[in-house]
Design a protein around this ligand. Sequence first.
Ligand code: WT7
Length: 648
Amino acid sequence: MSRKDIDSLLKESRRFEPPAEFQSRARIGSIEEYEKLYKESIENRDSFWSNIARELHWFQPWTEVLRWNPPHAEWFVEGKTNLSYNCLDVHLESWRRNKAAIIWEGEPGDTRVLTFQMLHHEVCRFANVLKRLGIEKGDRVAIYMPLVPELAIAMLACARIGAPHSIVFGGFSAEALADRINDASAKLVITADGGYRRGKIVPLKETVDEAVTKSPCIENVVVYKRTGGSVSFHPERDHWWHELMEAVDADCPAEPLDSEHPLYILYTSGSTGKPKGVMHTTGGYMVGTYVTSKWVFDLKEEDTYWCTADIGWVTGHSYVVYGILANGATTVMYEGAPNWPEADRFWQIIEKYKVTIFYTAPTAIRAFVKWGEQWPDRHDLSSLRLLGTVGEPINPEAWMWYHSVIGGKRCPIVDTWWQTETGAIMISPLPGATSTKPGSATRPLPGVVPEIVGPDGSAVPPGKGGFLVLREPWPSMLRTIYGDDDRYRNQYWSQVKGSYFTGDGARCDEDGYYWIMGRVDDVINISGHRLGTMEVESALVSHPKVAEAAVVGKPDEIKGEVIAAFVTVESGIEVDEALSDELKAHVVKQIGGIARPDEIRFTESLPKTRSGKIMRRLLRDIAAGRETTGDTTTLEDRSILDRLRKGQ
Ligand code: WT7
């Protein structure tokens, strides 16, 4: 399809109905069925969620569905369950025990398949390893691993014994890892000798060694041998995964856990420098991820489902591992880069395993568009029946490309809006029910009550932009920010009275379709992941030559946004290309590769209000090369804009 076709299609503002063939077999096969479910979820909330929760295994039933003391929710109060049990043990009772749970492919091309039985065996053994290392119910375990099956095994083992995990994405630096370990006071960190990325080895163990020097709470380090490369080993602290596994048996019954027992902590960026430890608990998160996987991905027994997210992000937690395995479905995991060894790796994997459901990020789709249709064209993608996106708004042009080139015009696309904090998908089409509009996440799932409000918290009319808030509690919602309940209250429940504040701007059209417009706080969305501008600014200012820094997002064709940093230096410091490189490297060291500024602009001073607040809005315009349209009268020194434009 050429660009011209795409433009004219957009002018028609096309809608895509669910294909009849898909609809006839779908779990939710009409818009009336969706509307009925939605209505039920609002009018009879408790019985609605009870019925869903009863599809899962509980050691002890709940006495109350929701106890809501705003902003604190407890779901399935007094119920006892175990998510590891629901992902594994329940499937061993039927023929499913010999079904593939995980189909894994390493970047070098090695593959492994674990059936539910095999996965259960490994998880039980590793849970016994954790116990041997002194990990008890409630202890926090940090995980810093490549995308190998052992990462899923480690999470499910933690969940089995009730030790909350804190997974840190392998792209974060030693500093960032140490901060997260310390914030959660983790006792153990699980890592690997390395992982493969674009043909190179990511030295994870080296990073852990550096982090642990700043993390006295760590007692032990478990190292999975992935690459076989040499790593330094501290005999009294470090242990090889395979050696520990030899010493234990596979007898480890799942611990009956309170529904509100913490399941995991996952750090995400906010608008201040310190990452927030989003805390999810057991029962509600389990119910939410289980049922949304079933509804949104229309998961069936015979599906081969692939979500390309790294497990270091929430998408991987909810939709590579927990929600998918709780449905007894097969999840595909791929360790490496999409363009290694060539730009068709993803399409090769889809063809090889006959993937039926494919879930990825708009940033990846934009990269595929750029690399060209010849790559998918080389492969048979006819096994696909459903496509999904997550992480940021998808531009209609990329949507159309995904629809026609990857989906062969036959697969519905689910554009799923949600957040680390929401735990599960909140706004999304149901593929057999909802007609889609390219670029819109469409309508709320059952139990979700979004609203668009103005600055005063009152609802705005259809078509008008505003803040996206959620009016009602939902089972998979975050329960708090680990160790900082005040921040939980302030960040999410104080901005608009009585509502959960998402931090996203959005509008709702006449048909009740939501169009997400992006973040309204000082958070940049890079390749579908949030990064606080403050975090990057703090990293820059920690460099001895930097006096002050302001960081903004700048539009980018592939990544959505990239980082532009405006920096003033200490007096007497020479500014040049070398310093710019030095500062970029410094940020990478402090936070990790994902935070590398794309551009550093040195300036004499920064645009500020009379009260000293940096006016990032103006810097965003300058970074994007746009005229400044907004009000500049509050600017302390108005000549500064001209100087900034001239690069002074
Ligand atoms: C932020 C959450 C949810 C897993 C991945 C990111 C943006 C997410 C969409 C979408 C438009 C989206 C929002 C949200 N976002 N999905 N379908 N359309 N924007 O998780 O790092 O917690 O980021 O990602 O801005 O607030 P996260």
